[in-house]
Design a protein around this ligand. Structure first.
Ligand code: FES
Length: 143
């Protein structure tokens, strides 16, 4: 049911953990399954230097968080916006239809972290979408 890449990123997830003093932190939860993801970004000079995540959710949520953080590292902010849920799924050689929302949660967590970064720095990131309706975004209180 899952591709080898999904199994690899689920059993051996990359970038697990938190970044102290992150430039942006985004926490989102899916209202239906209850899974939660938090993404930390370290941004210097408009480039994502590091990305980490904590996920309390299903295997596909772990795999998509792992791949999403891998894909955004070293990218500029406009490039990071190209890391959509479809891009994450493609990089994982696909997901079963019932697990597509897990990749959407990864995209949302990334966007939430970028929104947090923009808010903290009084910036506007062109093309950064607003939160989706079925996603609960939490207000971040960390520095
Ligand atoms: Fe909801 Fe995977 S089942 S994020």
């Amino acid at each position: 049911m899952y591709s080898e890449k999904v199994m690899d990123h689920f059993t051996n997830p990359r970038n697990v953990g938190k970044i102290e003093g992150a430039s942006g932190v985004g926490t989102v939860g899916n209202a239906r399954c209850g899974d939660i993801m938090r993404v930390y970004l370290k941004i210097e000079g408009g480039v994502i230097e590091d990305a980490k995540f904590e996920t309390f959710g299903c295997g596909a949520a772990v795999a998509t968080s792992s791949m999403a953080t891998e894909l955004v590292k070293g990218r500029t902010l406009p490039e990071a916006l190209e890391v959509t849920n479809q891009a994450v799924m493609d990089a994982l050689d696909g997901l079963p239809p019932v697990k597509v929302h897990c990749s959407c949660l990864a995209e949302e967590a990334l966007h939430a972290a970028l929104r947090d970064y923009a808010k903290k720095n009084g910036l506007e990131i062109e093309g950064l979408p607003e939160p989706k309706e079925d996603t609960h975004e939490r207000e971040e209180t960390e520095a």
